[in-house]
Design a protein around this ligand. Structure first.
Ligand code: Z5A
Length: 214
């Protein structure tokens, strides 16, 4: 049985990831693709506990290196328990954030070195990469205004505008460096306009997979 495909969804605060994940699921279902929806940090009971540790507001300052290592600890567990076994059955993985978020938040936002993140990536992923990454892109001010409609803010959401500007730049830099894997979606339009773009990306990708398997 051939390996399943690994699709990730990324973006800064308020870009509409949760809203559009449901749309992506509906497209996969229309194509009768068997998939598992999961997220990072999280995706297993242990990794979800690490997520709680990472997102909680606390009086103690969290060291940037500690944050990075927690992210990768959760990822190692997620890969071992969910991502690799699922892909091995031929099912697809649809993952809400993955390592591009680490390069964007811990690399761009916190200023940690890309080389150090890359070393952890190699250790934990051993070469495994998403097959397709959909990056929802939006000016930070618009995203923060959208997100402000939500309730209490977590530790990341409490960051300042400049942090998210650097996160966005890091995402766009990664997308530019790997245009084969990334599809950058302009998320500033209406939901219908955004979903039209996502549908085009997915149809193109699904067609390419069908052609490859013929
Ligand atoms: N993190 C990290 O630091 N390092 C890592 O390696 C990883 C993660 C993996 C939790 O992620 C945090 O973990 C994250 C980075 C860090 N922190 N932040 N920020 P998360 O993915 O769980 O958190 P999130 O960014 O808050 O994701 P979300 O819940 O999916 O939010 P969203 O993108 O803002 O999506 P939304 O709730 O669907 O949309 C926001 C609002 O906009 C909502 O009211 C929608 O109705 C509205 N919306 C959506 N689309 C539109 C359009 N087109 N027009 C108008 N309004 C819209």
């Amino acid at each position: 049985m051939s390996s399943g495909r690994f699709i990730t969804l990324e973006g800064t605060e308020g870009v509409g990831k949760s809203t559009n994940l449901k749309f992506i699921e509906s497209v996969l279902q229309q194509h009768q693709i068997s998939y598992q929806l999961t997220r990072e940090p999280g995706g297993t009971p242990l990794a979800e506990q690490v997520r709680e540790l990472l997102l909680a507001n606390r009086d103690e300052q969290v060291a940037d290196d500690a944050e990075l290592l927690l992210v990768f600890a959760a990822r190692a567990q997620h890969l071992e328990q969910v991502i690799r076994p699922t892909l091995a059955t031929g099912d697809w993985i649809l993952c809400d954030r993955f390592t591009d978020a680490t390069f964007a938040y811990q690399g761009g936002g916190r200023g940690l070195s890309k080389e150090m993140i890359g070393q952890l990536e190699l250790m934990v992923q051993r070469g495994l990469q998403p097959d397709l990454t959909i990056l929802l892109d939006l000016p930070v001010e618009i995203g923060l205004a959208r997100a402000s409609e939500r309730g209490e803010l977590d530790r990341f959401e409490n960051e300042r505008l400049g942090f998210f500007v650097k996160v966005r730049e890091a995402y766009l830099e990664r997308a530019a460096a790997d245009p084969q894997r990334f599809a950058v979606i302009d998320a500033s339009g209406t939901l219908e306009q955004v979903q039209q773009q996502i549908a085009e990306v997915l149809h193109h990708y699904l067609e390419s997979q069908e052609t490859a398997s013929e």
